[in-house]
Unconditional design. Sequence first.
Length: 281
Amino acid sequence: MPPARPRVLYVTDLAYPARGRRYCDEDIFLTSRLREHMDLALCHPRDAVALMDGFDAVIVRNSGPVLAYQDAYDAFREHALATGAPVYNPLTGRGDMAGKQYLLDLTAAGRPVIPTVDRPEDLHRLPVAERYVVKPRLGADSIGLRVVPADAVRGLVDGDVLVQPHIDFAYEVSFYYVDRSFQYALHAPDPERRWQLERYEPTPDDLDFARRFVEWNTLDHGIQRVDACRAPGGELLLVELEDLNPYLSLDTLDNAGREAFVSAMVTSLRDFLRDTSRAGG
């Protein structure tokens, strides 16, 4: 069984300059509350491998895009998998944690996702559009994303990028989950202001949409954010499935909402530690 007060290493980059967000504030709040239930230490992602063996588990939170420290992240994954160190979220995620291949796989499977291809010979599979979005296969946080006219797309498809039609969506909406349980939803009414968020009351169809992707991801424990856009036809289309270190926008919630999320996360962590302890024992 896990200790009464587990020792947890909380991986974050408090100095990451996120656009329109303050990652550090969110992690300062979360760690202040998690300390009531566990012994906690914070570290930068580049320090995780050197420190993690002294802890019962590692929580990866607002650590910024992996591209900024790819060597350290690769070493962290390798060490965690080799030693069996419990990592939250578990390293088995099929969403952004594993790269953007899932967008291609979901497109091929006919799921409700923004159509995505990565080869010139597949461009005809995309809906005809005046503009297309071209983004790095290993991109994050809109790094390297370009919107280009239709006649410029073919020359940019080199195997390292993904191509999607540019969709004039009504708004973006995000659904937040802990251990496959829905917590809250937020949306950006103005497409030009992605991080000016407001509470969103999802319909049963909205929740069914998001739930299908959470279940597809097969993570029993952890925090996930399902990002979608409301297409011109009224349907939702998946934009991203964030399962590595999704920003939670907790500052948008009221006190009751934040407390409910903390309670769900504490319960999730306790269950995660219990399950990993049993698996190891």
